[in-house]
Design a protein around this ligand. Sequence first.
Ligand code: NI
Length: 239
Amino acid sequence: MGRLFAFYKTPNPMLLTLPNILDAKDLQVADQLLANAPWADGKGSAGSQAAQVKNNHQLPYDCEASQAISAMVTRGLERHALFLTAALPRKLFTPRINRYSGAANHYGNHVDSAIRTLPGGQRVRTDVSCSVFLSNPEDYDGGELTIADTYGEQRIKLPAGHAVLYPGTSLHQVTPVTRGERLACFFWVESLVRSDEQRRLLFDMDMALMRLRQAHGESAATTALTGTYHNLLRMWADT
Ligand code: NI
């Protein structure tokens, strides 16, 4: 099995771990930038229901740390095959950075707003949510990203540099951080394929095709199935 599907082992691929969006060098740069960053109240960017349960800090989108980390994350995503096939990105809402620590340490249950507006006025539909962990799990207690899905509640806490991808439709929360600080980068993707169900079918098919190719090489059958993949994508995608 190749590196690409080493992390694809749960029956629920719409909750997907993306390893190493940022590497050790990126994380070191991020740490330095975040040490003296201009943190602000996180409520500023939340919708009215979410603002009532949101208690964290966030960086202004235009500060140096935000812009540099956002650019690193975007570069990491663009070269990440698993991200591209799972999210089928059409537009990205600029990655933002948040912090949970001290008295500003949690974000209660909410569903993210369906539409976000970029600073330039462009709207992004939040089909897929993503969090990139910037702190290591041993640096804080609590702070789990808890996502409700069909099979129950998933509790997510990943090594620094790893990301989790989950449907924008999910009810989720960040549990209180009781020690240390939890830094993360978060953003949304408007997908070429709006429906979670259709996106998941395409992802499953793409993964199965890669396994087929690895096991048996190229054949008339893989060529035909690749054609079917693209014809489904053509039917379901909006560019
Ligand atoms: Ni949220």
